[in-house]
Design a protein around this ligand. Structure first.
Ligand SMILES: [Zn+2]
Length: 297
């Protein structure tokens, strides 16, 4: 049995899968806010609970919002800031009395979709999560790629490639740079651009803009077309480096159906190839991909 834990900022989800990927058990608990010791205790309690309910001892994989630094073995880049600098891996191994795997949640997403999801059997898979942020993970021939700095696939803080004059210098990003891909493609980035472009007094949410576009609102449709163009350019720069067979989209923005038809029509202009056979696909496991991927680790 494989136990997966998805450690989120507001909830911790646990799942147990059998070897065929069949779900045996699932439980969701509140995430202890701001307290590292309580977070450790909650994870241990969840694993113990799953094992006592199923009566099986499992392997344990954990997805976290951040990553374990290969240099210090401590958590870095986590938006759940109480985890930063903590030896989460070591502490959980000693509390759970076994070897465990911990990876970034975007990596877990790509592991899930490449193992038994929308990118099953593909050689090279780039998984993208576009929601409140813009993350990414890389999976090559059965292996999740972590990288020397544990940031493989993190494309969100590169600048928007092939920018128009009107896209420069770009909005300031929390990372300190201007015009990062994330400032354009994240849900809040999309909402901000629509507001600014149309001189709106109040911002609409990304979801509201998409609904307006579907209802025939021309300014919302124009915002969506600009978004597709930026996503196409941004993914083309990834294709030029990784040349993936499949790109799987996840996160809230992956629910926009027009992306799957329109973006591949646009990215050919920027990919250094006469033909682009890379496929852009929707996730198969949706919101469950993070916790399923943690189990597959
Ligand atoms: Zn940035």
């Amino acid at each position: 049995m494989r136990i997966g834990i998805d450690l989120g900022g507001t909830k911790i989800e646990g799942i147990a899968l059998d070897d065929s990927g069949e779900e045996l058990f699932r439980k969701r608990i509140e995430s202890p806010q701001g307290n590292y010791e309580n977070t450790l205790a909650a994870i241990v309690e969840l694993v113990n609970f799953i094992e006592s309910e199923t009566n099986i001892i499992g392997s344990v994989g954990i997805g976290i919002p951040g990553t374990i630094s290969p240099q210090t073995d401590r958590v870095k880049n986590a938006n759940s800031t109480w985890l930063i600098g903590k030896p989460l891996h070591k502490d959980l191994e000693s509390l759970l009395k076994r070897k465990i795997k911990i990876e970034n949640d975007a990596n877990c997403f790509v592991v899930s979709e490449a193992t038994d999801g929308a990118a099953k059997d593909a050689d090279v898979v780039f998984g993208v999560i576009i929601g409140t942020g813009t993350g990414g993970g890389l999976f090559v021939r059965g292996q999740s790629i972590i990288g020397a700095n544990a940031i493989a696939g993190e494309w969100g803080h590169n600048p928007l490639p092939w920018p128009e004059e009107t896209e420069l210098p770009g909005k300031e990003c929390y990372c300190g740079h201007l015009g990062c891909i994330e400032t354009w493609l994240s849900g809040p980035g999309f909402a901000y651009e629509h507001q600014k472009y149309n001189y709106l007094q109040h911002a609409l949410s990304a979801k509201e803009i998409i609904q307006l576009a579907e209802d025939g609102d021309e300014s919302a449709q124009a915002s969506l077309r600009r978004y597709e163009q930026r996503l196409a350019k941004s993914l083309a720069s990834v294709i030029n480096i990784l040349d993936p067979d499949v790109i799987v989209l996840g996160g809230g923005m992956s629910n926009i159906q027009s992306l799957y038809t329109n973006v591949p029509l646009l990215w050919g202009e920027y990919v250094f190839s006469d033909h682009v056979s890379t496929m852009l696909v929707a996730p198969m496991h949706g919101d469950s991909s993070g916790v399923r991927g943690a189990a597959w680790l």
